[in-house]
Write a protein that binds this ligand. Sequence first.
Ligand SMILES: [Cu+2]
Length: 92
Amino acid sequence: MTFSINGSHDAREVSQTTWNANSSAALLGGFQVPFGGGTLFPAQLGVGTHYYVCTNHISMGMKGTIIVQKYNWCCRECSSSKHFYFSKSFTW
Ligand SMILES: [Cu+2]
C-alpha cells in the first residue's frame, strides 16, 4: 500500500483510542510512513484494522484506517494461503 502524499504529511499508526481522540501518540510496533510518502508492505500490516493519523494535521482531523483481511482461498485456485485484501478510508 503506497501513500502518495507531499512533504507536509506523514502517516503514523496509532491506537483506536488515540485515533478517536484525534491525538498522535505512536502505537508500539506500529508503522510510520515518513513525510513525503512511502510504501507499507503486508508484513507491516497484520490482519485487522489499522488506525493512522497525519501528525502534522491530526488537529484538523486528518486520519484514516486500513482494514486487512486474509483469505484462505485464491481466485486462481493456486491453494496459497497468503492472499490479503485491503480496504481503506480517509477523512480530513
Ligand atoms: Cu497532513
